[in-house]
Structures are given as C-alpha cells and as structure tokens.
Design a protein around this ligand. Structure first.
Ligand SMILES: Cc1cc2nc3c(=O)[nH]c(=O)nc-3n(C[C@H](O)[C@H](O)[C@H](O)COP(=O)(O)O)c2cc1C
Length: 258
C-alpha cells in the first residue's frame, strides 16, 4: 500500500477484529516501523509489551469495561470531554473536529443530546447506557488478538526540560509509524484509554503488565486484523471530518494570507 493510501485509510477501529492471531512477522514489522521513528539523539525512548496471552487480555478487558461503565455512569467522561462530542451530521460538518455519535439505538436517539445535564446522566443510567458501553468495551478488548503496551523510559522524560518534550514528540512519531504500518497490513488499532482516566484502574493494569518503576506506560492499544463485515458497537462514533488547508495555515506569520 502506498504511504498516502495508508494515511488516508488509517482509522480508529472501534469494532471487534477478526478472531485470528496476528502473524508474528506482522508484529515484528510493526515494531520495526516504530523503532525507525525519529527520536532525540536517536535515544529510542520507547519499549513495548506484546500481550497475546488470553488470560491477561481478558483481565485487561474486564478493567476496560469497568472503567467505561464507571466513567459514563458518573457523568465524568462527558463532563471532562464535552467539547469534543457532536450529535448531528450538521454539527460535525460545521465544526470539522470532534467525534460524531452516529450510531445510537432508536430508543435512545431522542435523549442522546441531553446527556450533559444532571438529569441526562440519570436518564442514561436508567436506560443502562453505561452497561451497554462497558459490555462492548470489555468484549472488544478481551477478544483483541494483541494488546500493545507502549512505554516511555522515565530517564528520557524530564518535564520542564526540553528532552521531556522531545521524548513525547518521539513517542508520537513512533505511534504514527505503528498505526500506518498496521493499516498497510490490514491491521486495525484502537487506544484503550478509559482505564487511564481512573488512576486505581490504571494501577491495576501496571501491575498486570508488571511495568517497572523505570517506565511510564503511555498507552495500551488493541490490534487485530480488520473485519470489514463486522458489526459495529451498539453505540458508536466516527470522526472523519478534518479542517481544510486554508483553516489550518497562515502564510509567513500567524494570521498572514497568501
Ligand atoms: C492520545 C490519544 C488518545 C486516544 N484515546 C482514545 C480512546 O480512548 N478510545 C478511542 O476509541 N480512541 C481514542 N483515540 C483516537 C481518537 O479519538 C481518533 O484518533 C480521532 O477521533 C480521529 O479519528 P480516526 O483515528 O478514526 O482518524 C485517541 C487518540 C489519541 C491520539
């Protein structure tokens, strides 16, 4: 696949993957690509944990499901990230950023944009939305053939010093290499970030993965071969919109026109 095609086709894969282990040569290709990314002084500040063991994947899946359930039922998630949610096609087309909740069971549709007030959260709980989302999250994480722990060596991350920023930029470059290479191999990727939002749940994951004190677990991703015909989650989102060239750039100085 050409690079441009990978860039255009890369997406967050929200749904379940094919029930098929990843080939080791594909896993090696992904890690090879990650490690070809630029890093300050070629420090390669990253290390990886490849989780293929079914029992460990299930343990992490349970934590991901519980985290989702907890975040939604308490309303924390929406409070924290309200500004990124869009509830209509018109809204996402207008804002050109954020995520559009385009798949909602018909019974919930009339209520979905009202979830941000206190009564809305009560309503969501009454309609068991946290359970629906939690169950889906648990299943798709547990059933992913590969969970990838992406770690930053703490000696490279010194907040307040330039190298702190350099190491984060390097991690971003490595992630993008991972994601584009995965796309080119027909492999999808999704962040498993909900446990990060709840410190005690994230600690449980650190323990399961035996992350040493020398390392910061920056993210956990789930990966697998994309199932084009697979069913979408009960409640789901897309985020295809992007701002245009003219909205993104200034010429010569901030605010400058061509
Ligand atoms: C730091 C970071 C954290 C993210 N966390 C999540 C997450 O927890 N769950 C998820 O489904 N997507 C997560 N995403 C994916 C973004 O939502 C996604 O990249 C964005 O909406 C654009 O969609 P696309 O990846 O399909 O192009 C995360 C992305 C980044 C860079």
């Amino acid at each position: 696949m050409e690079l441009r095609e990978s860039i255009i086709r890369r997406r967050t894969t929200n749904k379940a993957f094919k029930n098929e282990p990843l080939r080791e040569e594909d896993i090696r290709e992904i890690i090879f690509a990650a490690n070809r990314a630029p890093s300050h002084f070629n420090s390669q500040p990253w290390d990886f944990i490849l989780v293929t063991d079914q029992g460990i994947r299930r343990e992490i899946g349970v934590i991901a499901g519980e985290s989702m359930n907890q975040l939604i039922s308490k309303g924390d998630f929406f409070k924290r990230y309200l500004k990124y949610f869009r509830f209509s096609k018109t809204e996402i087309e207008e804002k050109k950023s954020g995520i559009y909740i385009d798949k909602v069971p018909a019974i919930l549709r009339p209520f979905i944009s009202k979830i941000f007030d206190n009564d809305g959260v009560k309503l969501l709980n009454f309609l068991r939305v946290p359970n629906i989302l939690g169950k889906d999250a648990k299943k798709i994480v547990s059933d992913s053939p590969l969970l990838l722990g992406f770690m930053l060596r703490k000696e490279e991350y010194r907040p307040g010093e330039k190298s702190g920023i350099y190491s984060l930029i390097s991690m971003g470059a490595a992630l993008q290499n991972i994601w584009l290479t995965a796309t080119s191999l027909g492999i999808g990727l999704q962040f498993v970030s909900t446990p990060m939002e709840i410190p005690e749940n994230w600690n449980k994951i650190l323990q399961i993965l035996r992350v040493p004190d020398t390392h910061e677990l920056m993210a956990v991703y789930r990966l697998g071969y994309i199932n084009q015909d697979g069913k979408r989650n009960t409640i789901d989102w897309v985020s295809d919109e992007r701002r245009s060239f003219d909205e993104l750039v200034s010429w010569n100085y901030y605010g400058g026109k061509k």
